[in-house]
Every structure is written in structure tokens, then in C-alpha cells.
Design a protein around this ligand. Structure first.
Ligand code: AMP
Ligand code: MG
Length: 398
């Protein structure tokens, strides 16, 4: 059985960067830039302009009473040159007229008939210089992260209308099990609703991938083999759930062994011990356990970082905090546990309350949790007197 680290290392070693593609600026938020260095072709701002509504003037004329000789609005050209003793009414964002050195904001000015009286104003007051934010020719470096609204604004201000991003990794999702029916279908004896197809599709999208939902497969080895092989033609990564254990109808693992390669199929992790990893037609294939909590927790630990690695991003993109459990929470001493907890701030630290039962089929505690409390191998419980890592997977309540 592999440790979590060993398994993750082997899984990440299979990551290949997806190719780049060009998307319009208004659709690039959340995408990962493939070219992180951008050369500025223009000054930002492109011209000196006013930061306030007020009056443009020469600093040497203030304090004093100045003759009002015109007006310049945002979007207009400033064609009136400012001679000594003159002022021009100016709006925020309007270009500074030639000769002007400062802006006296409305609030500090007394307006008269064709004149304005201003107090002392220093050179450059309320003026945004050309190239103050970025100079033409500068190299602008984007962070190795999905593009934020602010990064989009930077690109827009540079006049860039198209962005080179990594193609979203295509992740095929296959749920296996004779007992599974689609949500919305009624259930016959022994049947349950398929939770994993929809939950894994949501998790793929959340990690930055593009989910491809395959038709649910019964526990039929030939059918599973055909679906997995076909998926490998189109997908960068295949994620199956169910059928990776030692049950009589556990075929995903067998198919990998028979048609591709199986690297390992057990990890010392709770929930989620049976997790098969291998490859088929040169594509990584992860067989997650069928239990829906195990499927999502192991996705978080192993598949989310893999999808991000294909995008060139490090780790799972989660914050780790330190927290102590409110009560003792039991676990298997042989495996590292990721307990479903609700983290809240208390004093200088965080307290973790069990989000509910810790069974690997108990979905509601997983949905209620905002963190996974990481309790190491070699202990049979999380203890209130001990502080653990907690992987923040959801939102902290204020
Ligand atoms: P398996 O890994 O196929 O042995 O499945 C383990 C448990 O998870 C069984 O109780 C299955 O019924 C259940 N299970 C498997 N796949 C799904 C699924 N897609 N949605 C909900 N439960 C599932
Ligand atoms: Mg099954």
C-alpha cells in the first residue's frame, strides 16, 4: 500500500501540460495564462490626465485668481494651451492641457464670473502621469494562477483583446455499477442514484478541467474496457469510480491490468483505500473508490492536483490551516484520515467540529464540511489536545 505522498508523486509524474489556445479577453477569467510574460505596447495611462474633477493650472500661479479659458472632458482632446494666469475646467480622466502642471479639485476652489480662486497647489497634484502604471516596452508578469478580475483589467488596460491560455484538461468521467440509476429515474430493488457522475463533473470543473460525462456502465468488463479505451482517444485524463476493490465485479482495475498498465491500487488513506492508478493508450487513468465520500475526498487529494499540474499550476490550490478538534474523532490507525469538519475561528486559532458521521457513504457531513482535518497514521483518533493540519476546501463563516 502506498502512502499519500508516494501515490501523489506517481500520479503527478503522469501530468503533461495541455496545449495552449487563444481566447477573447472577456472569456479568459479563471483560465490559466500559457504565456505569463506580456510585453506592453502602450503606456498606461496613455497620456497625463486628471485624477479629480477641478481646474488644471500652472503651479506657479497658485495661490491666486485665474482666468477660466475653457473646459476639457474625459474623451476629449486637450487642445487649448494653458498660458500663465489661466485655468481650464477639467473632468476626471480628461487629458491635461499643454502647459498645465497640476489640478486644483473643485472642493478647494472658489468659482467667480469667469475666474477661479485657488489656494497653493504643488506641481503634479491630482495628475496621473502617462505610463505611471505601466510603460510601453515593460514586461508585465502574470501570476501562475487562474486569471483574476484584476489581471483581466491589467490586460484590458494594455489593449490586449486576446489571451493565450492553457486548454482546459479534458477529463472523462465514468461511473460503474449495476446498481446505479440516473438522478431523476425511479429506483427498483437494490438500486441507488448515481452520485459520482455529477459530483465528479462538478469537481473537475472546479479544478479547472472540462468534464466529459461517459454513459454509466454496468459491471461488465467488456463494456467498461470499451468505454475506457474510447475515452482515452478524446480525454487527457480518465476518472472512473467504483469497481476498483477486490469484489467479484470490480472490473476497472482488471481492465487496466489487462489492456494498459496498473501502477498501484491501494493507498493508506481514509476514506478511500482502494484507488487504482495506471494508464491506458498513454493516458493517465484514475479509478476512484465507488463510495461517494471516498470518491470526492480522493479526487481532492489526487485528481485535483493532477488537473492543475496539466495547467502548470502547483498543488491543489488550497490553504492549509492549523486546527484542533472539538471532540475526539476516531479513525483507523493504519491510515491517514481526512476527517470532514467545520472549521471556525476561535481566539488566535481554529477549532474543528465534526461535520457529522465519518462514514465513507455519508454525504451530508461532507457537504456540510468546509475542511478536511488531516490526522496521521499511527494514531486511532483526532484528539482535542492536539493541533492538526486542516485543508480548507470550503468557505469560513465570518
Ligand atoms: P464499489 O467501489 O463499486 O465497490 O462501490 C462501493 C460502494 O459505493 C457501493 O455501496 C456502491 O453502491 C457505491 N457506489 C459506487 N458507485 C457509486 C455512485 N456512482 N454513486 C453512488 N454510490 C456509488
Ligand atoms: Mg461497484
Amino acid at each position: 500500500m502506498r502512502s499519500v505522498e508516494e501515490a501523489l508523486e506517481a500520479i503527478l509524474a503522469s501530468a503533461r501540460l495541455t496545449p495552449s489556445e487563444v481566447v477573447p479577453l472577456d472569456r479568459c477569467a479563471g483560465r490559466v495564462p500559457a504565456e505569463r510574460r506580456v510585453r506592453a505596447a502602450v503606456d498606461v495611462p496613455p497620456f497625463a490626465n486628471s485624477a479629480m474633477d477641478g481646474f488644471a493650472l500652472r503651479a506657479a500661479d497658485a495661490p491666486g485668481t485665474l482666468r477660466l479659458v475653457g473646459e476639457v472632458a474625459a474623451g476629449a482632446a486637450a487642445d487649448v494651451a494653458l498660458e500663465p494666469g489661466m485655468a481650464v475646467r477639467i473632468m476626471t480622466g480628461a487629458p491635461l492641457p499643454p502647459g498645465a502642471e497640476a489640478v486644483a479639485p473643485l472642493e478647494i476652489v472658489d468659482e467667480g464670473e469667469g475666474v477661479v480662486t485657488v489656494p497653493e497647489v504643488r506641481v503634479g497634484a491630482h495628475v496621473r502621469e502617462a505610463g505611471e502604471d505601466t510603460r510601453a516596452g515593460d514586461e508585465v508578469e502574470l501570476p501562475a494562477a487562474p486569471l483574476t478580475p484584476a489581471a483581466v483589467a491589467v490586460l484590458a488596460s494594455l489593449g490586449i483583446g486576446e489571451v493565450v491560455v492553457r486548454r482546459r484538461p479534458r477529463v472523462a468521467i465514468l461511473s460503474t455499477g449495476d446498481e446505479l440509476r440516473a438522478p431523476g429515474e425511479s429506483l427498483g430493488p437494490g438500486q441507488i442514484h448515481d452520485a459520482n457522475s455529477s459530483s465528479l463533473a462538478a469537481a473537475v470543473a472546479d479544478a479547472g478541467g472540462a468534464p466529459i460525462l461517459l454513459p454509466r456502465a454496468a459491471d461488465d468488463e467488456e463494456r467498461i474496457a470499451a468505454l475506457l479505451e474510447e475515452a482515452c482517444l478524446e480525454a487527457d485524463l480518465v476518472v472512473a469510480s467504483g469497481g476498483v476493490s477486490v469484489g467479484r465485479y470490480d472490473h476497472v482495475r482488471t481492465v487496466l491490468e489487462r489492456l494498459g498498465s496498473l501502477s498501484f491500487w491501494r493507498i493508506r488513506v481514509q476514506p478511500g483505500k482502494p484507488l487504482a492508478f495506471g494508464s491506458l493508450r498513454d493516458r493517465p487513468v484514475v479509478g476512484l473508490p465507488g463510495n461517494p465520500v471516498s470518491a470526492l475526498v480522493t479526487f481532492e487529494l489526487f485528481v485535483r492536483p493532477l488537473i492543475r499540474a496539466m495547467l502548470g499550476l502547483p498543488g491543489g490550490g488550497r490553504v492549509t490551516l492549523r486546527a484542533s478538534p472539538e471532540q475526539r474523532i476516531g479513525k483507523d490507525p493504519e491510515r491517514r484520515a481526512y476527517l470532514r469538519v467545520v472549521l471556525r475561528r476561535e481566539g488566535d486559532g481554529y477549532v474543528a467540529a465534526a461535520a457529522g458521521g465519518q462514514g465513507s457513504a455519508q454525504l451530508r457531513p461532507l457537504a456540510a464540511a468546509n475542511a478536511l482535518l488531516v490526522v496521521p497514521e499511527g494514531t486511532d483518533a483526532a484528539e482535542p489536545s492536539v493541533t492538526y493540519d486542516a485543508l480548507l476546501t470550503g468557505e469560513l463563516q465570518p
